[in-house]
Design a protein. Structure first.
Length: 115
């Protein structure tokens, strides 16, 4: 069973930055596709970014140029650096690990951006 633990959320003002971390309890972390999704109040879950084990990283248009997803395979950790945050980025951010057809989710971390 894969466990994902997110951290780094908080309350910031528009234009500021946060870095989220997601630590995974797996032995073969480097083979997992890792990513982040978010869910704003009253809305569905939205994809944010994905890091494939091939090294390719994709971003949603809404965060492209502001967010950077990186992974440290030695630490079994994936990061989401979020710069120039906007009020519309306010959401619970969830880490996701995928291998094959199986996906695992973290418990989520709240990010609130005030205007």
């Amino acid at each position: 069973q894969v466990q994902l633990v997110e951290s780094g959320g908080g309350l910031v003002q528009a234009g500021e930055s946060l870095r989220l971390s997601c630590a995974a309890s797996v032995l073969t972390f480097r083979y997992y596709t890792m990513g982040w999704c978010r869910q704003a109040p009253g809305k569905g879950r939205e994809w944010v970014a994905t890091s494939f084990n091939s090294g390719i990283t994709n971003y949603a248009d809404s965060v492209k140029g502001r967010f950077t997803l990186s992974r440290d395979n030695a630490k079994n950790t994936v990061y989401l650096q979020m710069n120039n945050l906007k009020p519309e980025d306010t959401a619970v951010y969830y880490c996701r690990a995928v291998q094959g057809i199986t996906a695992y989710w973290g418990q989520g971390t709240q990010v609130t951006v005030s205007s």
